[in-house]
Design a protein around this ligand. Sequence first.
Ligand code: BES
Ligand code: ZN
Length: 700
Amino acid sequence: MLLFLGRRVPLSFVHRVTTCCPSSLSKPIWLIKLRSLTSTTHRTVFVSAASQNTRIMPERRPFVRLPTDVYPVNYGLSLKPDLIDFTFEGKLEAVVEVTQATNQIVMNCADIDIITASFAPQGGEEINATGFNYQNEDEKVTLSFPSALQKGSGSLKIDFVGELNDKMKGFYRSKYTAPSGEIRYAAVTQFEATDARRAFPCWDEPAIKATFDITLIVPKDRVALSNMNVIDRKPYPEDENLVEIKFATTPIMSTYLVAFVIGEYDFVEGQSSDGVTVRVYTPVGKAEQGKFALEVATKTLPFYKDYFSVPYPLPKIDLIAIADFAAGAMENWGLVTYRETALLIDPKNSCASSRQWVALVVGHELAHQWFGNLVTMEWWTHLWLNEGFASWIEYLCVDHCFPEYDIWTQFVSADYTRALDLDALDSSHPIEVNVGHPSEVDEIFDAISYSKGASVIRMLHNYIGDEDFRKGMNAYLLKFQHKNASTEDLWDCLEQASGKPIAAVMGSWTKQMGFPIIVVDQEQVSDDRILKISQKKFCASGPHNGEECPNWMVPISICTSEDPKCTKLKVLLDRPETTITLSGINTDQWIKINPGTVGFYRIQYSSSMLESLLPGIRDLSLQPVDRLGLQNDLFSLLHKQADMQEEKNRIERVLGAISAPDLIQKVLNFAISVQAPVCEPSGVVWRLFSKYVIDEWMQL
Ligand code: BES
Ligand code: ZN
């Protein structure tokens, strides 16, 4: 049993626990990855390690990126896995470019034994490498040559062997039970972030893109898949039980997106309306269970094509359920891998929340085919943008394909409120973290990158407006397609498209940790409503008492009781406080900040404003997400205001009113279907089981 945000989490829920101390953090943090038992439960979450503060964290490990005097243009890669001995043999024939004469080639390599290596300049004589110097800590190898390799093109040949490991990273073995009951193994890959180097020596950095020609030599009764379609299949001359399968050349791509799978699978196939062949591979005998994901994928591809105005560039996409899989899913270009619970739906025995989860995961990974695969982050520091963007647009896509799910309400109850809860802790960290050594890269796949990242992109989309946002996205994808880009490159494109100060606004959310609480008071002067708005840092531990109070550039929207769904006024709060006048507002109209609960901040209304919202809560004219956001803010403020009895009573009254029957019913149904109270400590379900709600529930 483990303490998780002050609540107990059975160890059976915990999938991965690591400690970390990103450079910007003063306190250690536990990173806990919860298994995907239910809809939203396997994202990584941050937990502050209150009891760990005596622990001495290791120093940051020194790290240098690969030299660029030799870089790859094309990898001709042939692999022959042995599914009985759990080893593989590999042959690399890479076309490389030497930019500066050198007698060394430095590449990434981990847990691989190089047998021979040679270099042949174009049209010249082959030179054998005379030394392989492994720098195990840095996961690199230096190949030394007896004479200098001259500037120009050449061919680098390396023969190597490796182990099909059981670590669920690199090229690994995955155990499954055949329909006969026999235990068998598949060979699969998981390369993100830095594990392609465990399958073949390579330049394993996202900015070092090249094309790939992959050949797999496999038992003839097994399915073999890779990023591209098969272009040749022939008997393997040295063993009649094997076949040699050759795949088409990939577009230029990063190593972490390369994938291959060898195993026994059934599949269902479809065609998206834009002509892409889509297959969902399932365990043998379970093809039926791939039909829902196939429907999602065939709807999703045209949605993204239309949204980005850029077609999917490969002729096929395969989605495959892997028996042993560490993450939830992985966006390998053209061959997306999933853990079984994130892809398969048993049509006879599945609940709505499982279908919603599969739709979100498929939507997430297919978004990466453009945002991540076609345009790739220049370095892992920008990983938050990759994951934050996909974690936002997966909801946009599911909302488009399945409007009946009302999926944005779940975004607010899952990602948004979780991000606010975690980011209010002193142990949080800025979204953008500088990373270097591979050991630091894994640490940033956390709830701040995913959930806060998605929340600030949702706020940005709302601030820019859909039309200009799409314009900017399209410009970004076209400008950087088949290349690499940084967070600033996206801000530039969105700034051009919208004419708004995107880099300045977003920098205030991504470069500093935490978020503001917006304090609002109002005054009526004849037909005008005058709002006094100010910001200060919201801290779960009490008022911010650092030297300098940080400020954010906060997009603020305002609606009134006249039309609670429609924004009446938008302002950018770019200073500690401001005054806004809304004209033509009667005394009996209420004002609400942040309609749709899209701004990443909490709101503290004056007592009179809070009281005035009661009718909108009671008659349900305030939308469910707004009642949810209000309830969430009040609950977090209640802790802080425990000593102010009068204000506390007022907040309790509004909280009681918010837990209206329709919302209770909806959330309880959800809670019962996914047993959410156990694993969703910061979300709406937990709130609804709070004292106020249970009191009201009993009276219904
Ligand atoms: N790129 C990630 C997969 C990943 C995560 C690789 C961590 C290496 C380390 C993928 O796009 C992803 O985000 N997967 C999520 C599921 C998604 C629906 C949120 C995951 O695995 O948790
Ligand atoms: Zn992702």
